[in-house]
Design a protein. Structure first.
Length: 166
């Protein structure tokens, strides 16, 4: 995927259209200074590509480990074309970072495959706060925006495949 600047869409995604699609966005409150910027990037991108604000449901959860469970609840509802997982895990002095990062990625993948719904990974896993800031609207772009782009693309693909088969 093309690198984006804060709240700026890459030119090669001009064919993406989110009109009529519904998205669930699960946002970890842990490291909220970062996750709020990721959420802003995701919502701005979705709206810029035709998604109605009323078709975006944001659910806050305490931390990254709670994201897969909440994704499962949203996936079971059948109300969404895709989900976007947003969080930030920063390496610390213990092995907690490795455990959280692995469990969250595996959990999100399992929910996506078990429920046949795209779930994009807008969860930063960085070595330090500066790297997280850089990737949540700084000079490295905004992972929330990138996750939203991927969600629109995958939701459209899923909808197209469903239409072709039925």
């Amino acid at each position: 995927m093309t690198k984006t600047q804060p709240n700026q869409l890459p030119e090669d995604n001009s064919k993406l259209n989110g009109t009529g699609l519904k998205f669930g966005v699960i946002v970890s409150r842990f490291n909220t200074s970062i996750t709020s910027d990721l959420l802003k990037g995701a919502k701005t991108t979705l709206i810029d590509l035709g998604v109605q604000d009323s078709d975006i449901k944001v659910i806050d959860v305490p931390g990254a480990l709670e994201v897969p469970y909440t994704a499962q609840l949203l996936a079971r509802s059948g109300d969404f074309n895709a989900l976007i997982a947003i969080g930030c895990v920063i390496r610390g002095e213990t092995s907690h970072y490795d455990i959280v990062s692995t469990q969250v990625a595996e959990g999100i993948t399992k929910v996506s495959l078990d429920h046949h719904i795209p779930i994009t990974f807008g969860i930063l896993t960085t070595e330090n706060l500066d790297q997280a800031k850089s990737r949540s609207g700084g000079d490295k772009g905004n992972l929330g925006s990138e996750a939203a782009l991927a969600a629109i693309e995958l939701a459209s693909l899923t909808k197209q495949q469903f239409t072709l088969r039925h």
